[in-house]
Design a protein around this ligand. Structure first.
Ligand SMILES: NC(=O)c1ccc[n+]([C@@H]2O[C@H](COP(=O)([O-])OP(=O)(O)OC[C@H]3O[C@@H](n4cnc5c(N)ncnc54)[C@H](OP(=O)(O)O)[C@@H]3O)[C@@H](O)[C@H]2O)c1
Length: 282
């Protein structure tokens, strides 16, 4: 008798689980729990361009949690001020810069290095995106996107390598590319990210002998502020048809990969573009 009652309870539980499963179908959520070692970056001074939003801000916060001193950089001074006020952390500072102004970058970098001392980790996250509508024409968007995502990335990498070499620092550079950088889409954004991959791979080979380690991460779709489409993505339901695991990538997941590449655990990873895209459907 007891066995029959236990079996009936089991069947009821199964039916209830199945109902729950059906209710949740189409709703994909995710919470990120990550390993935090508050000593991993206790000697780290990090400059994060594009650090006021999305992936860059998530990375800046994660570096702070793991003991680093962090300088965030972006164009909009009021956004920088707002984040500094909100975070209220003595290990966080900010500088205003536009990465497309490559002639001013080396001086900005020196100014930044006076805040907490020598910078040994650079996260080049500043970037813009335009929904491809006029991709078969050479519109103003081409100049705008290439100047920031490609020329800005190139200028930043050259200045950062020169700085690390001059100061004899064995540093890390992590560039933010995109799945678009490996797709055959003739859009300014995709072209700019192909460029990021080439810069990463080529410079990494030249710089390895100085102990400078350069890699890139290539995210799929991440709900950030980079475009109207991205801003409208539902933060409560991460479902997407574009990823094989059916959900968007969280900024914190990308940040976690950035921190891994910046850590000593990744010292033998050189010149790689590492995808983090839920198995993006190309
Ligand atoms: N979200 C995605 O689905 C996705 C996918 C693949 C790759 N990515 C890449 O990830 C990186 C970060 O994007 P996100 O999605 O986190 O976007 P986001 O939320 O819009 O953040 C972009 C950041 O870059 C800064 N920025 C833009 N232009 C700049 C410039 N000329 N100089 C300095 N800072 C500049 C922005 O601040 P200001 O506007 O104040 O300058 C902001 O802090 C980009 O390189 C993007 O291409 C994003």
């Amino acid at each position: 008798m007891g066995r029959i009652i236990r079996n009936i309870k089991k069947v009821r539980q199964l039916i209830s689980d199945f109902r729950q499963y059906r209710k949740r179908r189409g709703i994909y959520t995710c919470s990120v729990s990550y390993f935090v070692d508050n000593k991993r970056f206790s000697r780290g001074v990090v400059l994060v361009s594009g650090g006021t939003s999305g992936i860059g801000l998530a990375a800046a916060r994660m570096f702070l949690l793991e003991g680093a001193k962090v300088i965030i950089a972006a164009r909009n001074q009021s956004k920088l001020d707002k984040i500094i006020n909100e975070e209220n952390n003595p290990n966080l500072s900010a500088i205003q810069l536009d990465v497309s102004d490559i002639s001013s970058f080396p001086m900005k970098l020196l100014n930044a290095s006076e805040i907490f001392g020598d910078i040994n980790i650079f996260v080049n996250c500043a970037g813009v995106y335009e929904t491809p509508q006029e991709y078969m024409t050479l519109s103003d968007k081409y100049e705008y996107i290439m100047n920031i995502n490609h020329k800005g990335m190139y200028g930043a990498n050259l200045a950062e390598c020169e700085y690390l070499k001059q100061c004899n620092i064995k540093g890390k550079i992590i560039n933010i590319s995109s799945v678009a950088g490996e797709q055959y889409h003739c859009t300014p954004y995709a072209l700019s990210k192909w460029g990021v991959n080439v810069i990463t791979k080529a410079l990494a080979m030249q710089m390895a002998e100085y102990g400078i380690c350069i890699n890139a991460v290539a995210p799929g779709n991440v709900p950030t502020n980079i475009s109207q489409w991205h801003r409208e993505l539902d933060r409560n339901n991460l479902y997407t048809e574009q990823h094989r695991n059916h959900r968007l990538v969280l900024p914190e997941e990308v940040a976690s990969l950035i921190l891994f590449l910046a850590s000593d655990s990744a010292n033998s990873i050189i010149g790689q573009v590492i995808g983090i895209d839920g198995g993006f459907i190309k």
